[in-house]
Design a protein around this ligand. Structure first.
Ligand code: AMP
Ligand code: MG
Length: 434
């Protein structure tokens, strides 16, 4: 194995393990500062503060059913054969404030969610009264027969049943899901403090690259990395900022990199592998403290990481992804996604992984850890992983056909059909289980 040492931080064999590269990248990241946002914008973000309830929830005792609010002592030993007849003195709907009390021998018609009137301690649902029979007989509803004896408190939701005033409802560090949005809305909160989203600047490099929408002349290709990376940034909660395409010359790279000020991370693609024009490396090295690594993985062996000096600003971490489109996406998955999650205040947790059975081989020619693109399906409770065709790091459609990455460890020459493999699930969607 040839060593090609372009910076500090190399191991003896000139290659870093995936774990070493991960640790070195992750050492530069921590949670960003909090911001206040409108409630709905907090979805997917992490609470920066504990949320204590300013009120009782529900604020008042209210009915859990449509029915009659009664005094339980008035309906103590009743049954369909010996009902209790009560005088109906009024009606209270949701959103109203009761103006009358339930005196002995009386009832108030009540709707779900309406405050329970004073004096009443129980709500009898319509079905346990003779209301329907009365309506059919054309009798007035100024009187009602209660057909079953309910204990005190039945169908009454007490004040503070869900949350008491001053109670801690959500803790700082909680990831806000729709349920948390709902809980905070139920407390009347319009805004909330969360860890802000990181701004991630994205720069493609290469003389061969053309932006979508332009004609493709001889020798050129469309820039896909800017888009797959930007989409990946959005998918893990960051805000992408496109810096465009830098040509393989010092001036253009320098000028494009000037725009990184104010971002939390810069992601470049291409120009970091061996045998490339060394422009990207030279420019990055002159503008910061950069490391160029070979990581013992396939795809995505070349990787750059360091810090750029941004004029008059604090240093910005820079992750240089390989140029090949699959390598760029896999390196993003392994190193950029955990960094972005960490900045969001989330755990850098990897994707869920499963054990499955391979339906075709994975080859490992040179002792790297192979991440093979596979389509995972479940049949009779077993996960089956099928390689998605040719595994070249330029074949981006193999990524599109995949929902997982099956791992062949660095010390195995490969895996055969029928072998068990560990699979990182890129999409953990319902379709896997069909
Ligand atoms: P490099 O690292 O510059 O040697 O690039 C490796 C390979 O990735 C080459 O085939 C490039 O044409 C290709 N490549 C580099 N950048 C991009 C990009 N932004 N979109 C698509 N392919 C790219
Ligand atoms: Mg290039």
């Amino acid at each position: 194995m040839r060593s090609h040492n372009h910076g500090h931080g190399h191991g003896e064999q000139g290659m870093l393990s995936v774990e070493e590269a991960y640790d070195r990248v992750m050492a530069s990241f921590g949670p960003l500062e909090p911001v206040e946002t409108p409630l709905l914008d907090a979805l997917g973000l992490v609470l920066a503060v504990d949320v204590d309830s300013p009120l009782d929830l529900p604020p008042l005792a209210n009915s859990g059913m449509d029915g009659y609010a009664v005094r339980s002592e008035d309906i103590r030993n009743v049954s369909p054969d010996s009902p209790s007849r009560l005088r109906v003195i009024g009606l209270v709907a949701a959103g109203q404030r009761p103006t009358q009390e339930v005196e002995p021998g009386t009832a108030i018609r009540i709707m779900t969610g309406a405050p329970v009137p004073g004096g009443a301690d129980t709500v009898v649902p319509f079905e346990e009264t003779d209301e329907v029979r009365r309506r059919q007989a054309g009798l007035p509803l100024d009187e009602i027969a209660i057909l079953s004896g309910l204990p005190p408190g039945r169908n009454v939701r007490p004040a503070g049943e869900d949350v008491g005033r001053g109670q801690r409802v959500l803790e700082a560090g909680t990831v806000v899901r729709p349920a948390e949005i709902g809980v905070m809305a139920s407390l009347g909160l319009e805004r909330v403090e969360v860890i802000r989203r990181p701004v991630v600047s994205i720069l493609a490099t290469g003389d061969e690259l053309v932006p979508a929408g332009r004609a493709l002349e001889g020798g050129k290709i469309y820039d896909s990395n800017s888009f797959s990376v930007a989409a990946s940034v959005v998918a893990c909660g960051g805000v992408p900022r496109h810096l465009g395409i830098a040509r393989d010359n010092m001036e253009d790279l320098e000028s494009k990199l000037r725009a990184v000020a104010g971002s939390d991370l810069v992601i470049t693609s291409a120009g970091v592998s061996r045998g490339d024009y060394d422009m990207v490396k030279d420019v990055l090295t002159s503008r910061g403290d950069m490391n160029f690594w070979s990581v013992r993985m396939r795809p995505a062996k070349p990787l750059a990481f360091g810090h750029l000096r941004a004029e008059g600003e604090k240093e910005v971490p820079l992750l240089g992804l390989p140029g090949n489109p699959v390598s760029a996406m896999v390196a993003f998955e392994m190193f950029a996604r955990p960094a972005i999650r960490t900045m969001l205040g989330r755990r850098p947790a990897p994707r869920p992984a499963v054990e499955g059975v391979l339906t075709g081989p994975i080859y490992n020619e040179d002792g790297r850890r192979v991440y093979a693109r596979v389509q995972v399906e479940t049949r009779s409770g077993t996960y089956y992983a099928t390689p998605t065709g040719p595994q070249g790091s330029n074949i981006l459609t193999s990524m599109s056909r995949a929902n997982g990455l099956a791992i062949c460890p660095e010390d195995l020459p490969g895996k055969q059909a029928g072998d068990r493999v560990r699979i990182i699930m890129l999409d953990w969607n319902e379709e896997v289980f069909i």
